[in-house]
Design a protein around this ligand. Structure first.
Ligand code: NAD
Length: 491
């Protein structure tokens, strides 16, 4: 999977099962495309149910008979730390691979993908030694204590926007708590996940603990979701697939689920806010990673007193934004992930126009120069958006901002809470009571006050409502990867 120099030569990716690169059963391949050029990067195996079964068997053997769940906490901790170090050591290679495969900027990949991907392993290296249990005061002559045990074999299914990071957010807590896993990355972006599995092995993780099956959702993903020997699925992706996984779990073995889904997140600016901070933050809230971010601040709610000046400055920034070659250090926004995603985004722009929103800038595919080969979209801002419009309700997952005017706090909260989603939110105000009052009223798993996109391996991340359940990161994710046993001893 390594890239060599400026002209990357990518080897075709194989499945990673039981510590080895192996061919898929079907013999069929999936093309992996560079979204900035439309060119073929390489191919990976089109894994299917038989491959998933092979990988699950390897993970089960590693769990039941292998050393992993029985390893001393200090040894497991060192291995996790070592994975973090290897990610850091290979950061340039991995960032380049991620940029080539996702269309995100190289500098964005280094900062927003590689750094937190290494850090999550450092963070859970600590937790591997801190999985304390409890002694519970019970009536009678008994000692009651709890054991926190791994779930077993965890299936992990990830989306294409942060492929390495989403896998790392799942693998690190799963390994820290003694699980084994089978990862099914998005068919669009499998390359860094395959590379991560190799690095886990290089760090000393035994064969079978981390397996990767590349393939389509309806084939490999569905097979993992229905497999009778998978104990849990950790999923990042769309609501539609989450529903399919819940159904598959219900119809198979009631496997546990944690679901990180989409968002339509409100970024609320009050008139007393520090606009010098809020304007660039609102800009990056929507345009970071070309809007393909579950936590994108895709609904900007502006108080009527600052509405016009805020938008004027935001539009000016959007018009000047440098969109283009993701590998160029001067580029601020790269390419959308695929033709299908490009069409979807343009469809939403059409719907915004048709429903009467006012297009302030952008609104078209960007085909200037070399960009015609790839999937680029102009940074787009709509004003006069009504809360019930499609572009205010549905996740676009692209560089399209819906802005709305409000006139008081109650109206802002009502608009903010008026979608099926509840992933993140932000409030900009200098009034301390208002900030904390709204932090309670907004139905979202994350509330940022006078900041946006604050992430840390130690802080929980996840959704309310249809943005999912279960939490990534922090001590909260440990709950998702363990089960509690209550032990009674007669005294
Ligand atoms: P998707 O649901 O189409 O695909 C996600 C993964 O599920 C892929 O690996 C896909 O192959 C697989 N899959 C598809 N159908 C399946 C099935 N029937 N059974 C099992 N697996 C199946 O989503 P996407 O288009 O890749 O990603 C975009 C979505 O992900 C957006 O809604 C976005 O908000 C969400 N997302 C959420 C977070 C978060 O942390 N909350 C992070 C990134 C992306």
């Amino acid at each position: 999977m390594e890239t060599t120099g400026a002209e990357p030569k990518l080897r075709p990716g194989q499945l990673w099962i039981d510590g080895k690169a192996v061919a898929g059963t079907s013999g069929q391949k999936i093309d992996v495309i560079n979204p900035a050029t439309g060119e073929l990067l390489t191919t990976v195996e089109r894994g299917g149910p038989e491959d998933v079964d092979r990988a699950v068997k390897a993970a089960r053997r590693a769990f039941e008979d292998g050393p992993w769940p029985r390893l001393n906490p200090s040894e497991r901790s060192k291995l996790l730390w070592r994975i973090g170090e290897l990610i850091d050591a290979h950061r340039d290679e991995l960032a380049r691979l991620e940029s080539l495969n996702t269309g995100k900027t190289l500098k964005g990949a280094l900062r927003g993908d590689l750094k937190p991907a290494a850090d999550i392993f450092y963070y859970y290296a600590g937790w591997a030694r801190h999985l304390h249990s409890e002694v519970i005061p019970v009536d009678g002559p008994f000692l009651n204590y709890t054991l926190r045990e791994p779930m077993g074999v965890v299936g992990m299914i990830t989306a294409w926007n942060y492929p390495l990071l989403l896998a790392a957010w799942k693998i690190a807590p799963a390994l820290a708590t003694g699980n084994t896993c089978v990862v099914k990355p998005s068919e669009l972006t499998p390359l860094t996940t395959l590379r991560l599995a190799e690095l886990c092995q290089e760090a000393g993780v035994p064969p079978g603990v981390v397996n990767v099956v590349t393939g389509y959702g309806a084939e490999a993903g569905e097979a993992l979701g229905r497999h009778l020997d998978v104990d849990k699925i950790a999923f990042t992706g769309s609501i539609r697939t989450a529903r399919a996984l819940m159904k598959a779990s219900g119809e198979s073995n009631l496997k546990r689920l944690s679901l990180e889904l989409g968002g339509k997140s409100p970024n609320i600016i009050f008139p007393d806010a520090d606009l010098e901070a809020a304007i660039p933050a609102a800009f990056w809230a929507i345009y970071a990673n070309k809007g393909e971010v579950c936590s994108a601040g895709s609904r900007l709610l502006l108080h009527e007193r600052i509405h016009d000046q805020f938008l004027e400055r935001l539009v000016d920034k959007a018009r000047k934004m440098r969109v283009g070659d993701p590998l160029d250090p001067k580029t601020e926004m790269g390419a959308q992930i695929s033709q299908a995603q490009l069409d979807r985004i343009l469809g939403y722009i059409q719907s915004g126009k048709a429903e009467g929103a006012k297009l302030l800038c952008g609104g078209e595919r960007d085909t200037e120069g070399d960009k015609a080969r790839g999937f680029f979209v102009q940074p787009t801002i709509f004003a006069e958006v009504k809360p019930q419009m499609k572009i205010a309700q549905e996740e676009i997952f692209g560089p399209v901002l819906a802005t709305m005017k409000f006139h008081d706090e109650d109206e802002a909260v009502a608009i903010a809470n008026g979608t099926i989603y509840g992933l993140v939110s932000a409030i900009w105000t200098r009034e301390i009571q208002r900030a904390h009052r709204l932090a309670r009223q907004i139905k979202a798993g994350v509330v940022w006050i006078n900041t946006y996109n604050g992430f840390d391996s130690a802080a929980p991340f996840g959704g309310y409502k249809q943005s999912g359940f279960g939490r990534e990161m922090g001590m909260h994710a440990l709950e998702s990867y363990t089960q509690v046993k209550s032990v009674w001893v007669a005294l």
